[in-house]
Design a protein around this ligand. Structure first.
Ligand code: PLP
Length: 428
């Protein structure tokens, strides 16, 4: 038994399923999760001393690579001064100004501690602002684990085959209307059936919790128009895509203006952070100025602000996102070429620093329905084959992959070589 296996056995005695977040448990792919000792740049090192080229990046935040020296230095400097004050700091003001400067769609922003808090609070604000209860989300989109958002959610929920979690009262779920991603007609039908009751549409602008599904042309624009027509707010959940698809996020990349934006992951540089912001007239409804309550003991935490600001400043370097997108394209086209060479049917999607690959005969994957029909046996074999080769991919066919600026041409070439060997075995 190696150290990961013995730690996993030990962990299961005191931690449910041995993990603090379900997808880490490898339930979707089988086997024992790898326990990590440390990370640096593009690499993770496990407790048995094995190195992995990492395409999970802590599920998104590590866009500049693990343990980036400038981010680490900023964190250490903040730690020297104190860990939390529960009182305003100049650092929070700088963070808010930085985000408002980068994102023209954000007039004001409130920091929270996770993506879940960001979406939950944005939705409450949208409901308070519009004085309506219902909202529309998309099947396969994940927005964290608040009750009303755990309805037909993606990612871990899909991995475990539960469309909606037990423990979510039907009374809560009844206000959550679900539509089909990339199918504008399904949204239109919900608005037509509930013309005065829908507070908001919330979506991932590139769906990253049902693998990686970019919006088809016209989808985001169509949602914007429907929200305007029916007086609903458009909430773009950029927790995954924010500052990763482009510096001005996915909504900037696709040229669509949200009313509210949710952020997380990259904005915290690896510390627990989320945020939501947007139109000043909507944000004015938030406590203490307005009646919609939202709060947090550790919100705007000085250590997290230091990490997030350091990362965001580094991300402002002109050309960085083009370089990241080029790395992503090289990697995923390499996977596709290897799959074609060995006759393993595969489709790919990619945008900015996000990618997805699908074991399917379909030439193009744009819907949740297509994702759910992909070949899971091929995915599991590919995942484990790559892990053996020292490449860490997300242990679920319903998660997007992430590149970082720390991935060198050599890392990417080595990953494609590994994929070639693994796909050869799958084809055999
Ligand atoms: N929204 C999106 C799009 C996400 O991908 C996630 C997490 O993966 C969340 C919200 C929830 O964020 P957190 O896990 O920080 O609560």
């Amino acid at each position: 038994m190696n150290r990961s296996e013995s730690l996993f056995e030990q962990a299961q005695k005191t931690i449910p399923g041995g993990v603090n977040s379900p997808v880490r448990a490898f339930k979707g792919v089988g086997g024992t999760p790898v326990f990590i000792d440390h990370a640096d740049g593009a690499y993770l090192y496990d407790v048995d001393g094995k190195r992995y080229i990492d395409y999970v990046g802590s599920w998104g935040p590590m866009i500049l690579g693990h343990n980036h020296p400038e981010i680490r230095a900023a964190v250490l400097a903040a730690v020297e001064k104190g860990l939390s004050y529960g009182a305003p700091t100049a650092s929070e003001v700088e963070m808010a100004e930085l985000v408002c400067e980068i994102l023209p769609s954000v007039d004001q922003i409130r920091m929270v501690n996770s993506g879940t808090e960001a979406t939950m609070s944005a939705l409450r604000l949208a409901r308070g602002f519009t004085q309506r209860d219902k909202f529309i989300k998309f099947e396969g989109c994940y927005h964290g684990h608040a009750d009303c958002l755990l309805v037909k959610a993606g990612s871990g929920m899909l991995t475990f085959g539960e469309p909606t979690s037990p423990g979510v009262p039907a009374d809560f779920a009844k206000h959550t209307l679900t539509a089909d991603y990339n199918k504008l007609d399904s949204v239109k039908a919900l608005f037509e059936a509930n013309p005065d009751d829908i507070a908001a549409v919330i979506l991932e602008p590139v769906a990253g919790n049902m693998n990686c599904i970019p919006p088809v042309p016209g989808f985001l624009e169509g949602l914007r128009a429907l929200c305007d027509q029916y007086g609903a707010l458009l909430i773009i959940d950029e927790v995954m895509t924010g500052f990763r698809v482009a510096l001005d996020c996915a909504h900037g990349h696709y040229g669509v203006k949200p009313d509210l934006v949710c952020l997380g992951k990259v904005i915290g540089g690896g510390m627990p952070v989320g945020a939501f912001g947007g139109r000043a007239d909507v944000m004015a409804h938030l406590a203490p100025n307005g009646p919609v309550y939202q709060a947090g003991t550790l919100s705007g935490n000085p250590v997290a602000m230091a990490a997030g600001k350091a990362q965001l400043k580094l991300l402002q370097r002109p050309g960085l996102h083009d370089e990241l997108a080029a790395k992503t394209e090289t990697l995923i086209k390499g996977f596709k070429a290897a799959a074609d060479k060995h006759g393993v049917p595969m489709a790919i999607n990619y945008v900015g620093g996000m990618f997805g690959f699908f074991f399917t005969d379909e030439a193009e994957v744009t819907t949740f329905e297509q994702v759910s029909k992909c070949n899971m046996d091929h995915f599991k074999a590919f995942f484990h084959g790559m892990l053996d080769e020292g490449v860490n991919l997300a242990p679920s066919a319903f998660e997007a992959g992430f590149l970082s600026m720390a991935h060198s041409d050599e890392d990417i070439a080595a990953t494609i070589d590994a994929a070639d060997r693994v796909l050869a075995k799958i084809a055999a």
